[in-house]
Design a protein around this ligand. Sequence first.
Ligand code: SIN
Ligand code: CO
Length: 360
Amino acid sequence: MREYWQRRPLLIRNAFPGFRPPVDRDAVLALARRGDVESRLVSRFGGRWSMQHGPLDRLPSARRAGWTLLVQGVDLLDESAHALLGSFRFVPDARLDDLMVSYATDGGGVGPHVDSYDVFLLQAAGRRRWRISRQRDLAVDPDAPLKVLSHFRPEQEWVLEPGDMLYLPPGVAHEGTAVGECLTYSVGFRAPTFQELLAPWLDEFAAAATVPGRYADPGLEATRRPGALPRAMVEGIHAALRRQQPGKADTRRFLLRHLTEPKAQVVFDRPRRPASVAGFIDRAARRGLALDRRTRLMYAGGELGINGESVPAPAGCRTALVALADRRRLAADAIAGVPPAGQALLHAWYEAGWLHLGGG
Ligand code: SIN
Ligand code: CO
């Protein structure tokens, strides 16, 4: 983190010795057929780029060179793919985006491009050649259906074998080309633009704000220029606006909600016949609890953010809930010490399908 994160590329040979991809080629092809999964087919046949969004029922033959299939959010769909992300939790969950898996036939790839995100490119099966460049010229081909650099001038290249991994910070031009059939896992991080964050933040703030008072001008003098907007009015209203500064606690609460918001396609499975609070706590005290793989749980300053909602941590529960967020599980023997308000909260999450019995 000190030397490379957000700074420079890093090639790690054998980062995952003997790596066995939890989601293989056939599983990726099957995922691309689903309507609730984000996928893309990118091909370059006869020198022409083409892109098609999923669901994809028909794919080119695996014997045909030059195409690739990319499936987004695989960690949300597969338990062992989600478990793989556990190896990357030296980076805060707030920065994590998802696991994308790509399958390509020989020569396949999405062309030279830049991303605005940090990414770990883990070679999962077969081989892929990565070429990178720190070039400043980021002009893209106006005719291509995807963002492909017009003038890519590679400076370094490597062929990655299964288990090898390449870290790229944002802004480094890169191109991955399959050498024979291959499978690549991209662990992607997110860094929202201030625009993306501030627009919903200000919307939320405006909706929640109750502003006392009304504009008044007891000192108003008769005017010969009735068309002019009075300067005192601009100043008075601007002063009222400045009194509405959000505090740091508001920003923290907004981020807890915003950054834990589930992706659009996420649907949680509620237990069909949920246990009562007492029955649930009794079982949790024997079997422990585990967060659902789709749940995002974060904490800051005595508050929790979970799947788009923020709640204050009930008194006496902070340690247990922090442990649940950090480890994504809660040991059976930690349940007994959770006071009733915390038990009710855990039960509500269990009823929503956000956490499950077992795994502790
Ligand atoms: C790929 O897996 O082919 C694309 C990953 C990337 O370049 O970001
Ligand atoms: Co990329």
